[in-house]
Design a protein around this ligand. Sequence first.
Ligand SMILES: Nc1ncnc2c1ncn2[C@@H]1O[C@H](COP(=O)(O)OP(=O)(O)OP(=O)(O)O)[C@@H](O)[C@H]1O
Ligand SMILES: Cc1ncsc1CCO
Ligand SMILES: [Mg+2]
Length: 277
Amino acid sequence: MIPNMQHLPRAIKQRRPLIHNMTNVVVTNFTANGLLAIGASPVMAYAREEAADMAKMADALVLNLGTLSSELVESAITAGRSANLHGVPVMLDPVGAGATAFRTKSALAILREVRVSMVRGNAAEIAHLIGESAGIKGVDADDTGEDAPVDLAARAANRLGTIVAITGKEDVITDGSKGYVIRGGHPLLTRVTGTGCLLTSVMGAFAAVENDLLAAGAAALAFYGAAATRAFEAGGFRGPGSFQPAFLDALYEMDRYEIDEEAIVCHRALAGRGFLQ
Ligand SMILES: Nc1ncnc2c1ncn2[C@@H]1O[C@H](COP(=O)(O)OP(=O)(O)OP(=O)(O)O)[C@@H](O)[C@H]1O
Ligand SMILES: Cc1ncsc1CCO
Ligand SMILES: [Mg+2]
């Protein structure tokens, strides 16, 4: 079980951490609404002229490469360095890494220039960051339907020197030696754009209120998956269009969820690799 986890959604509602997002044009509104729903305070700020100032006053910085440009990469590095100087955790979502050389190169430049606290992506994105090829089409991973890619996450964490989360049917998060596999969520999440992007920002909100970043990230994955399950179980929707607001409503109630210990498991394959029980 993850230590000190159950109270984190309440801590977010009480402290309303400021989350500075440099994100993509597809998911901007959804990300702001999702962060508001959990009680965090979102701000989107991109200009080179203000990136360092905003990052400095934030409680977490989220860098998302979904609709990147060279200007965004430059601003992201400026913001990231400012966050590093002021002890602000930095999340990186390398959207579409591997789909084009520019995306991979930009993500690696940020990882080189900024001390990134956590990287979250799908398996294909994370594989490409460490030079391993995997199926990727646009910004979506080819769904292999396989179990959580624990070894890939651990290799990436060690190579990149940061916490790595890989999401999919099951989620995994690791610092390269310890880690968690989290079951939950719902396949409908893949039919609504930006659920991964919002998750990276939600991880930022958890990192803002908990210094143990591995536990914070694992808790974020568990609560986010639980919200998706609740939204599905509550019913009353016909498909992705009506699932999206139901999911936002479920995120709003996240502080009421008891995380089922069964949802966070020591994956069979983790035995003997230093992963926690
Ligand atoms: N098959 C699945 N079953 C249950 N949950 C899933 C499934 N696939 C993804 N998820 C969940 O969906 C959320 C987003 O993860 P995903 O891996 O799809 O991110 P992503 O590819 O970065 O998405 P996007 O680019 O649309 O933001 C996570 O909470 C993950 O656990
Ligand atoms: C569809 C899409 N294209 C670039 S970013 C994005 C949102 C999901 O990552
Ligand atoms: Mg993504």
